[in-house]
Design a protein around this ligand. Sequence first.
Ligand SMILES: Nc1nc2c(c(=O)[nH]1)N[C@H]1C(S)=C(S)[C@@H](COP(=O)(O)O)O[C@H]1N2
Ligand SMILES: [Mo]
Length: 328
Amino acid sequence: MLIKVKRGWELSENLATPEKLFINRRQISKAIAAGSLLSTSALLATTYRTDAYEKNINSPLVNKLAPRNEKFVLDRPLTSEKYATTYNNYYEFGSHKNIWKQAQKLTTNPWKVSVDGLVEKEFQIDIEDLLKKVDLEERLYRHRCVEAWAMAVPWIGFPMKQLVEIARPKASAKFVVMRTVSESKKEMPGLKQFWYPWPYTEALTIDEAINELAFIVTGMYGKPVPPQNGAPLRLAIPWKYGFKSIKSIISFSFTQTRPKTFWESLANKEYGFWANVNPKIDHPRWSQASEWMIGGSKNDRIPTQLFNGYGEFVSHLYKNLESENLYR
Ligand SMILES: Nc1nc2c(c(=O)[nH]1)N[C@H]1C(S)=C(S)[C@@H](COP(=O)(O)O)O[C@H]1N2
Ligand SMILES: [Mo]
């Protein structure tokens, strides 16, 4: 079998399909010896996936490698796991990209999630019990950081709509506000930066939260999501800038009024509530017209798309909101 990849850091979408888990490693070596274009890093990524399956078959966070939902397709190769898990934004661990080592200190077991505010009945639930109530699946999503880097990731998780159904919000609830764990400055030294409005919070309207794209992530690359990417529970909201995809969530609070979230409190001219991706609306300090893929070169630009290319799923949500600052 001949596997072509464009660049070393890219991994063809095919390589991540569950069937390919069972590629015989000797066949791969032979293909390389025979001069196919398979690069070392693509080979590694395939191996990761095989290992992921073998090692994590019993983790409730990935449920034997949840089946892929084929509805969500990419227009570009997957980012290799190495880059997606070592180039991160997670300010609780530090205000730079290289926080992955420090993040290993995060205690994620046990993990409880609170559901409160305007719901029929407030409750707390252990993540293992929550996972028994939802259906895990794999989705390939693009991710676009407001800083103009991007990635394409195979997430495992469940539709946020299922969480909203379990929460049973009252009719008066209009927003769902989420909060990141912020218990320990020892585990999360970034919390010592007192000028940030900790804890990290983010929010969506209920209509956004029940949109089929809104996804609660528990795994990536066939494994439980690692601490640096938001273990054990984070969002993936692919049509909005990355800061909306809050990590390591400990509570879902239902409210009637729109909250001021972390980044909005810090710099409301730069980071608003809606934060939908739009190549035509620049950040006050840089252009949003294009993006670069992590693992690649900053000079290798891809045009950014309205709603990050997910308009068919979400543009209707914003029809009557033209007076709002929807793209920042
Ligand atoms: N709690 C918390 N969640 C967060 C952040 C953060 O600093 N803290 N950074 C956000 C930003 S700006 C981005 S781009 C994504 C990055 O996710 P990744 O590291 O998995 O790529 O996480 C988002 N979620
Ligand atoms: Mo971001």
